[in-house]
Design a protein around this ligand. Structure first.
Ligand code: ADE
Length: 231
């Protein structure tokens, strides 16, 4: 079993369309869709937006289905100038950018009193994803930053740390929380984001416009990974 997660309906829609022998498992307000994709057993689920819901759903899926891997896909806002709308970012790692206990002497993003700060994605899965040719735009490997904010002003002083300090390529709202839960449970984790906006004043419009195209790209990447990385 491989778990495929996205934050919103629009981010998992294409997966549900591609699922064969689909059945549903319900848990509170969440629905987990079971089925076959590329002849592999998968669970497709909407995690909800933000770090709390996405962490909670990830733990539930691990407890209930014991997946061999967790693949998270969706949209992100570009921080790096090398990224354009439509590009695909394969995360080599991710950080919770809004976890800030620096006043107590911890590094930005560090989960206090743990070893968790830079959360790595599974190397084998990153390699497998890197051989996929995106539907449009270019593919880049880099760092994803996760926080409970939709960023529309990356250039203001208070957001400079995203690029200057954390060296983030893009921002989104779930990757590092899902990644942290996967890491603690020792489940291989991969995070792939399609760039929908540049985390600037156009972000809201760009995000909504780009959603349908991005989910096609996510399905394209996930199909490739399922074929290439899982026997
Ligand atoms: N996901 C897509 N674009 C984003 C942005 N600008 N900020 C946070 N999450 C996003």
């Amino acid at each position: 079993m491989i778990a495929i997660l996205g934050a919103m309906d629009g981010e998992i829609q294409e997966f549900l369309g591609g699922l064969e022998r689909k059945s549903e498992v319900r848990w509170t307000e969440f629905v987990f869709y079971r089925g076959l994709l590329e002849s592999k057993e998968v669970i497709v689920a909407k995690s909800g937006v933000g770090k709390t819901l996405s962490a909670m759903v990830t733990q539930r899926i691990i407890d209930e289905f014991a997946p061999r891997a967790i693949l998270f896909t969706g949209l992100a806002g570009a921080i790096s100038p090398r990224l354009e709308i439509g590009d695909t970012l394969i995360a080599e790692d991710c950080i919770q950018h809004d976890l800030d206990a620096t006043a107590l002497g911890f590094k930005r993003g560090e989960v206090p009193f743990t070893t968790h700060r830079i959360i790595p994605c599974d190397r084998t899965l990153v390699e497998a994803a890197s051989f996929c040719i995106p539907i449009e735009g270019k593919m880049v490997r880099g760092r994803v930053l996760t926080g409970d904010q939709f960023i529309t002003r990356k250039d203001v002083e208070s957001h400079r740390y995203l690029w200057d300090e954390l060296k983030g390529d893009a921002v989104e709202m779930e990757g590092a929380s899902v990644g942290l839960v996967a890491t603690v449970n020792k489940v291989p984790f991969l995070l792939i984001r399609t760039i929908s906006d540049k985390a600037d004043s156009n972000a809201k419009v760009d995000f909504h416009t780009f959603l349908p195209r991005a989910s096609k790209n996510s399905l394209h990447f996930v199909r490739h990974i399922l074929r290439r990385a899982f026997a």
